[in-house]
Design a protein around this ligand. Structure first.
Ligand code: IFM
Length: 467
């Protein structure tokens, strides 16, 4: 059942996870609380009241999980580091036990012949940076304030000093769109705020934090530095001028707000959109910020799952705070004829090729090499009487998206690696444990891991690629 897509030699085939989604051990070995602990423990915010307290218990079972990675044959494993394990209060004393955990994980990976790829921020902000703890030295207010970006750089420097010699690939932020807009505008992610302007400030401070972290990583002499964005391929619902304009709004808020400052050193300003105006002149902008944000990168991480079909929606100009809210800018409608995953997301692999090619067309030589840092699907998995999980839809999804990636490379896009999301079923944020993205099933009652058919398929693909 193997496919051979003929990726160039050295192309990385990997798998990805993130700290809060798999680690558990939320109150162990000095880890401080994060905004996701607070959010998930607030009744009504996460499906079934699920939390990351135990998750996949990876903190204790990391050796077993690295053995699964070794069995898979991946060249690289992307994991994230929980900031509150390293600096429990967001600023101040460093927790050696937290550093030791990641050090053990990295050594285990290296011993298995797997390159570690570390993400520094996959959404688990120390709670003290959102709301200061009594007697603590953090100012609070999360990414709304610049201080959080500065604390992020300090934490980055600590981690880089301890792991920089053994971890070759570093990702500063994962999907800052989610942190800024789901976290501070829509309220569907921690810290659950619903503020227009708060989201704008958060977006800018996340980018400043990225820039400061790049500097810290360079100072530590690490090999490769990048950032991961979740970029959308937005399609118009109809050819009407209103829907086409809505696509521009969607592209601007979802993609260009990040790619323009990072790759072109400016905020977007299109005929339809006024982000430059929204952001410039705000008191949180400082001279030199765009130079800091647009420092050269070794790679750009792209997470891709699905296209978004965009229809015009009433655009209420009256309330400036609501101008940045996603639901005030366009409306998503179903993609006719497409299968939907368990997330309700349409499956349309060719749009992956189109997104990657469009990035190359827009940025040309200013586009760094790409790593696909996440791609995968949640499916309604069932355990068969034989104990196996025959996840044929996920296999098809992965095969078709890897094919679409290959097509983009054939069209001239420089892509260096691909990480499947995810190695394990895990805590899918506001959806709790209901949505399963893993190529390995996790039974949350027993913590038993069962490789699904997709794991076996991916292993064959990797073996074929290695020749
Ligand atoms: O599970 C998430 C991950 O944390 C970030 N990217 C999207 C995935 C699936 O929703």
């Amino acid at each position: 059942m193997s496919d051979h897509l003929g990726f160039p030699p050295g192309f990385v085939l990997g798998a990805a996870t993130a700290s809060y989604q798999i680690e558990g051990a939320a109150r162990e070995d000095g880890r401080g609380p994060s905004i996701w602990d607070t959010y998930s423990h607030t009744p009504g915010l996460v499906a079934n009241g699920d939390t990351g307290d135990v998750a996949c218990d990876h903190y204790h079972r990391y050796r077993e999980d690295v053995a699964l990675l070794r069995g898979l044959g991946v060249g690289s494993y992307r994991f994230s580091i929980a900031w509150p394990r390293i600096v429990p209060d967001g600023t101040g004393p460093v927790n050696q036990k937290g550093l030791d955990f990641y050090s053990r994980l990295v050594d285990e990976l290296l011993a298995a012949g797997i390159e570690p790829a570390a993400t520094l921020y996959h959404w688990d902000l120390p709670q003290a940076l959102e709301t200061p703890s009594e007697g603590g030295s953090a100012a609070g207010r999360g990414w709304r304030v610049r201080e959080t970006a500065e604390r992020f750089a300090e934490y980055t420097a600590v981690v880089a000093e301890h792991l920089g010699d053994r971890v070759p690939r570093w990702i500063t932020l994962n999907e800052p769109w989610c942190s800024a807009f789901l976290g501070y505008s829509v309220g569907r992610h921690a810290p659950g705020a619903k503020e227009g302007r708060g989201a704008l400030a958060a977006a800018h401070h996340l980018l400043v934090g990225h820039g400061l972290a790049v500097r810290a990583l360079r100072a530590a002499g690490v090999r490769e530095v990048g950032i991961t964005l979740n970029l959308d391929r937005n399609l118009p619902a109809t050819g009407s001028p209103a829907d086409l304009a809505a696509v521009v709004r969607a592209d601007t808020q979802h993609n260009l707000v990040w790619t323009e400052p990072l790759l072109a050193g400016r905020y977007p300003d299109t005929e339809e959109e006024t982000w430059g105006e929204l952001i410039s002149g705000q008191d949180f902008r400082r001279e030199g910020d765009l130079e800091l944000i647009s420092q050269p990168l070794d790679f750009l991480g792209v997470n891709y799952y699905r296209p978004v079909v965009v229809a015009d929606a009433p655009y209420r100009e009256s309330d400036p705070d609501r101008r940045v809210a996603t639901d005030n800018r366009y409306q998503e409608v179903p993609l006719a004829g497409a299968r939907r995953t368990a997330m309700g997301w349409p499956v349309a692999p060719a749009t992956f090729t189109d997104l990657l090619v469009s990035l190359k067309e827009r940025y040309g030589d200013a586009l760094p090499p790409l790593h696909i840092t996440e791609n995968g699907s949640a499916e309604e998995d069932e355990v068969s009487p034989d104990g196996a999980v025959h996840d044929t839809d996920r296999v098809a999804y992965l095969r078709d998206h890897l094919g679409a990636l290959r097509a983009a490379m054939d069209a001239g896009v420089d892509v260096r690696g691909y990480y499947v999301w995810s190695l394990l079923d895990n805590f899918e944020w506001a959806f709790g444990y209901d949505k399963r993205f893993g190529i390995v099933r996790v039974d949350y009652d027993t913590q038993r891991r069962t490789p699904k058919d997709s794991y076996h398929w991916y292993r064959s693909l990797i073996a074929a690629q290695r020749g």
